[in-house]
Design a protein around this ligand. Structure first.
Ligand code: GTP
Ligand code: MG
Length: 325
């Protein structure tokens, strides 16, 4: 254990700045290490470049990061699989489908289809690999009570028809493990519970291959209101995202999270098409997809951020039988 470093010990942080940071909730260097420059600018009335320097030095002191050699990364990436969305257009946008060993974030307004996509992926994950499934079980961390087994039943029927397979709705429902998260702390703890369940199911016919968190940010948004709580919220979200990332790597699983967009424009966050959670969620999600409503059943998916795919859009439909072109 290294010696505890105080905010005041960071280069560029005088007593007055340290005081302002603490008032805004940035009480430790770990909190500063995972902050964005603009957050510090707003909290401490300092310039962008000073903020960036403070963040950099806090990262070094807090030892945020770690190494893995390129060959290790390559070996790990060889086992990545792609999960079908049910729409060829949508799959193409994603470079084949929703990847394992990644976090894929779907964000958009209410009714844009986030929960529908989540339900569809919960069905598709259970399909055999030759039908672009993952031959696996599913865990859903449901924070808003929007999981509907009836919807799963429709989608299983839809898939059976489309793929000309005999599929048992009952079996599909049995392989979906739903946990209701009562608050953000409970939500974070449920990832540990999911890891335990995944351990139990690891050597069975259907190991856990998909973890859904729907919605990722709703509890955080409701619980952490006010400027002084921002750093605390971001730190918790950051930990949560890293737990999810670790889960996806350890289980070669897809992690799918949903996120709302800002609805109340205010001085700091004016753009109503921006997802909640700021840069913490944005930088930890491997793929970000912005969903919006179009005519009737049509939905537009926009790939906003990806490490190796071009930005672009796809149009798909949400029908009673599920997602389709
Ligand atoms: P919030 O969670 O409120 O932010 O919204 P969301 O993005 O999760 O929206 P959701 O996925 O719940 O989308 C709801 C929409 O999906 C409805 O308004 C319908 O358009 C569509 N939908 C839901 N069920 C069915 C169905 O059985 N058949 C068809 N055709 N469409 C459905
Ligand atoms: Mg929803």
């Amino acid at each position: 254990m290294t010696e505890k470093i105080a905010l005041e010990d960071l280069p560029g942080v005088g007593p007055a700045t340290a005081e302002k940071l603490k008032e805004a909730g940035f009480t430790t260097i770990e909190a500063v290490a995972v902050a964005s420059p603009s957050e510090l600018v707003a909290a401490a009335e300092i310039g962008e470049s000073t903020a960036a320097k403070i963040i950099n030095s806090s990262r070094q002191s807090a030892d945020v990061g770690g190494f893995e050699t390129g060959d290790m990364v390559l070996e790990r990436r060889k086992s990545i699989q792609k999960l079908t969305t049910g729409s060829d257009e949508f799959n193409r946008l994603l470079g084949g489908g929703v990847e394992t060993q990644s976090i894929t974030e779907f964000y958009g307004e209410f009714g844009s289809g986030k929960t529908q996509v989540a339900h569809q992926l919960a069905v598709n994950t259970q399909l055999p690999v030759e039908h672009h499934g993952l031959n696996g079980s599913v865990v859903i961390i449901d924070t808003e009570n929007t999981f509907r087994p009836e919807r799963i039943a429709h989608m299983v029927e839809g898939a059976a028809e489309k793929l000309e397979l005999e599929l048992e709705t009952e079996e599909f429902l049995k392989r979906i493990h739903v946990a209701h998260a009562y608050n953000s702390n409970h939500q974070i703890l449920l990832v540990d519970a999911t890891s335990k369940l995944a351990e139990e199911l690891k050597s069975t016919e259907y190991p856990v291959r998909l973890l859904i968190v729907d919605s990722l940010t709703a509890h955080f948004r409701a619980e952490y209101v006010g400027r002084g709580t921002l750093a605390d919220r971001q730190q918790k979200l950051n930990k949560h995202m890293h737990d999810l990332m670790r889960f996806s790597g350890l289980n070669n699983a897809s992690v799918v999270v949903t996120n709302q967009v800002m609805s109340k424009p205010d001085a700091f966050f004016g753009d109503p098409t921006k997802p909640i959670g700021g840069h913490i969620v944005g930088h930890t999600s491997t793929f970000r997809i912005y969903l919006r409503k179009s005519k009737g059943e049509k939905r537009i998916a926009r790939l906003v951020d990806s490490p190796n795919l071009p930005e672009g859009e796809a149009i798909f439909s949400v029908t009673t039988g599920g997602l389709t072109d």
